[in-house]
Design a protein around this ligand. Structure first.
Ligand code: PXP
Length: 246
């Protein structure tokens, strides 16, 4: 089965927040992504509300027809919001106010007590849970230990090294981590930094069921339109191939 695509639409809200107006509306963007074939919509509700607002999550939960995946830090404020809005899935991510974007996977080994509690609270509220982790066996083992049902492997390093670094070694780490997680019974997702040019390697990893891609799709959408951008990415996931150019 082809790998599913969930589109991260945070940047639509970033454009809106640049003027603090009501356009563009992420809710409209989600509809267009779904019409183009996206199988999920992902948003990050940050503590500083720099892009997505609480209202967006509330309306998206009512309007998204595929599934809504909300990335959030495992804080009591966020868990309370999730328990109220009840998105299909929550992905627990690390969060720092001075970062431009998520910088790495969660340290599940270090924060296992807090994360185990958050996972249990979310699952008890019938919300699916995934944890964003680096492709590191020890981290993945801890995800299994705290009974998280799914992991999202951080492809950030693979993406960073793709242009002029040792990306084959990073791809191999993703492959090994995906296989190990799958063997432990975890569902495997992946994402961060993926583009139309570097996605082919990751799209070839059989254990990965779904990719979360944001920046590259929204960047392309600003030039060719959102539906065309989503369709092009889905085509690449169906038949992974290397595009010419950088
Ligand atoms: N996965 C997670 C956990 C993220 O935090 C992000 C960025 O919000 C993405 C995937 C998507 O990354 P990108 O915007 O680089 O495609």
């Amino acid at each position: 089965m082809a790998m599913r695509l969930a589109v991260n639409i945070d940047h639509i809200a970033t454009i809106r927040q640049a003027r603090k107006t009501d356009e563009p509306d992420p809710v409209a963007a989600a509809v267009l992504c779904e019409l183009a074939g996206a199988q999920g919509i992902t948003v990050h509700l940050r503590g500083d509300r720099r892009h997505m607002q609480d209202r967006d999550i509330e309306v998206l939960q009512k309007t998204v027809g595929t599934h809504l995946n909300v990335e959030m830090a495992a804080t009591s404020e966020m868990i309370r919001i999730a328990q109220t809005i009840k998105p299909y899935r929550v992905t627990l991510v690390p969060e720092r106010t001075d970062e431009v974007t998520t910088e790495g996977g969660l340290d599940v080994v270090l924060h296992s007590g807090n994360l185990e509690r958050a996972v249990r609270q979310l699952l008890d509220s019938r919300i699916d849970v995934s944890i964003f982790v680096d492709p590191d066996i020890e981290q993945i083992r801890h995800c299994s230990k705290i009974r998280a049902p799914r992991v999202e492997l951080n492809t950030g390093k693979y993406s960073d090294t793709w242009k002029d670094g040792d990306w084959p070694a990073e791809l191999e780490k993703i492959r090994v981590a995906a296989r190990a997680a799958h063997k432990m019974g975890l569902t495997v997702f992946a994402g961060h930094g993926l583009t139309y040019r570097n996605v082919d390697g990751i799209a070839g990893v059989a254990e990965i069921e779904e990719l979360n891609i944001g920046h590259s799709i929204i960047a392309r959408a600003s030039l060719v339109g959102l539906e065309a951008a989503v369709r092009e990415m889905i085509a690449l996931l169906r038949s992974p191939r290397r595009l010419p150019g950088r």
